[in-house]
Design a protein around this ligand. Sequence first.
Ligand code: 17E
Ligand code: FE2
Length: 419
Amino acid sequence: MLIKNAKLRNLNHSVDILIEGDVIKEISPSIISSDSNIINANNNLVLEPFIEPHVHLDTALSAGQPRWNKSGTLFEGIECWSEKKETLTYDDVKKRSKKALEWQIANGIQWVRTHVDITDPTFTALKVLLELKEEMKQFVNIQIVAFPQEGILSFPNGLKLLEDALILGADVIGGIPHFEYTRDLGVQSIKEIVKLAIKYDKLIDVHCDEIDDEQSRFLEVLATEALFNNIGTKVTASHTTAMGSYNDPYTYKLFRLLRKSNINFISNPLVNIHLGGRFDSYPKRRGLTRVKELDQDNINVCFGHDDIFDPWYPLGNGNMLQVLHMGLHVSHMMGYDDISNCLDFITCNSAKTLHLGDEYKLKVGNKANLIILSEQNDYDAVKLQASVLFSIKNGVVISKSTPKQSYIFTTNKKFIDFK
Ligand code: 17E
Ligand code: FE2
């Protein structure tokens, strides 16, 4: 396959990309090839695939089942899901999570880290996701987080369930310290997570301080454990929304630890702007972590969708550009330079969080995994909510889309573009 006129993110001129089999063979300004399989990118952006670093596929597409989350709080969402969990069947989870995965694939995502609730002694959802991971690997790489939604030490047998989920094949260990009954249990839960991570050589991704409580300070515990055990690059703090409520002197002190620890952050702006601030009258807090400050301090931070039409979020179609759009707004990252480099938040920063290493990069010798957008740069990609014209994985086209077009019937009747 030959891709002509590809605009790469770090280059001013366009290039051709030659793919032989599943590998990128050559990238140069003009390639002559006898290959008849040619895609003309027309100077549009060609880049590494989008990554979904934080989603709950087991709960996706279950909004309203068995009831709607009326308060819009995280806590009512957990209650709704707990009721749904009582009646969960294999076929139901499979149908919903597979459909959400297909939306993600159509939207140019080729790596997904999904949390799966393992506070369910039947492990119904975990078994489905383990099967889907295998079944869909031609299209998408899935990392499964064993996520103890109702707690590790506050749920009957929680710690044993967590360990059993790892033995069954989960890739990443999750946690939810702010939901444990006491601060002590929260701290202890993090220590147990780290012990298991070392024992089974797994990554860690904790739902950490997802609450508008300025006293929720489990992040400092997680980062310290990561630092002392020298595993920071394998550790992720998801949500950390309490950081939006921390006072500045404490946060200043905290950032020194965060920098030293080398841990990663995932912010979920679509969902947390909706769930956050729900107990405030006015002014209402944003319910988000300090994305801009983390980024300015060279601490790795990326964006996740978190939910697709479930008890915690009533919208969503698995499109990371929607997440990015919201994330830039609520993080006050609307400067020219911010918008011009914004795709980092849903590509390379996420790759670092998922611990993907060099294999993710679009470069000669690597697997031909890439997407072709309908726009020429980061700025237009987010402004115009670009379509993913082609998603190519291991040298094979796995999805394609046509951008929507508008025609106006004014005196100069014409197709209009918004550029
Ligand atoms: N569970 C949780 O604890 N937090 C969330 N944001 C979601 C599920 C979606
Ligand atoms: Fe989450």
